[in-house]
Design a protein. Structure first.
Ligand code: UTP
Length: 224
């Protein structure tokens, strides 16, 4: 099986989360040793948002701010590469052909951001499309898609499935540098055009293990 896993940059934001990152990387080691192929895409996390806000104070353009975000995602990717040691392709991968080459060399390609105008979710969707992955897993802080905003409504319920149409409505409210939350429109466009099997889960090892075993966790994107 071919899996593309997008790791929220928040996983590198605090010491607690770094302990979880270690566990996540162990899960990834296990599935690659079992003969599966994994491609990783790492987000920018809190640091990218902080640097973007600093740049915004000085009126940098949205694409300049995106470039700052991309730089931070690549720094996070470097940490993940170092943590995976000889399992990972040693350089941050910045195009899809190189990701495929890394697989040919039995290495895990690790990517950050690519170009302004979208988030690392779009990079992960494009990588999943390019590599004809069996499953795209988006490991996020949110853990899945809820029927209402869970930060405002404590009774919000996590959906088992969400249609691409409904997800587009949910995400259409925020499209600025540093503010692509759950997914972005570019990512959803790619997922929709290639009907990529996609699951949004929590950024923790237990959720990842369940998703890899096809067990119930998070939210599937469905196409009507
Ligand atoms: P992300 O928004 O993807 O990382 O990238 P994040 O904040 O860690 O998101 P989650 O928690 O993983 O979902 C950080 C910023 O880098 C820029 C955007 O400004 C984005 O908000 N970026 C990233 C790009 O412009 N292009 C890319 O290909 C990737």
């Amino acid at each position: 099986m071919r899996y593309i896993i997008k790791l929220s940059g928040s996983i590198l934001d605090s010491k607690e989360n770094l302990i979880e990152l270690k566990k996540i990387l162990n899960e990834i080691k296990v599935i690659t040793k079992n003969g599966n192929k994994v491609g990783l895409v790492v987000g920018g996390g809190r640091r990218s948002r902080e640097f973007i806000e600093t740049g915004r104070m000085f009126n940098l353009s949205e694409s300049e701010l995106d470039q700052i975000g991309i730089a931070l995602t690549r720094i996070n990717a470097m940490v993940v590469i170092g943590a995976l040691y000889d399992l990972a392709y040693p350089r941050v991968v910045s195009d899809f052909e190189d990701a495929a080459m890394a697989w040919n060399e039995q290495k895990i390609p690790v990517m950050g951001g690519l170009t302004p105008g979208h988030s690392t979710n779009a990079v992960a969707a494009l990588l999943a499309e390019y590599t004809r992955a069996d499953l795209l897993i988006n490991a996020t802080k949110a853990g899945g898609v809820f029927d209402r905003d869970p930060t405002k409504y404590p009774n919000a319920l996590m959906l088992e499935n969400v249609s691409i149409k409904d997800l587009k409505k949910i995400i259409s409210s925020s499209f600025q540098a540093g503010k692509y939350e759950l997914m972005d429109e570019v990512a959803l466009g790619i997922i929709e055009r290639s009907k990529i099997r996609t699951k949004i889960i929590g950024a923790d090892a237990v959720s990842l293990r369940k998703a890899l075993k096809g067990k119930k966790t998070g939210t599937y994107i469905v196409f009507e």
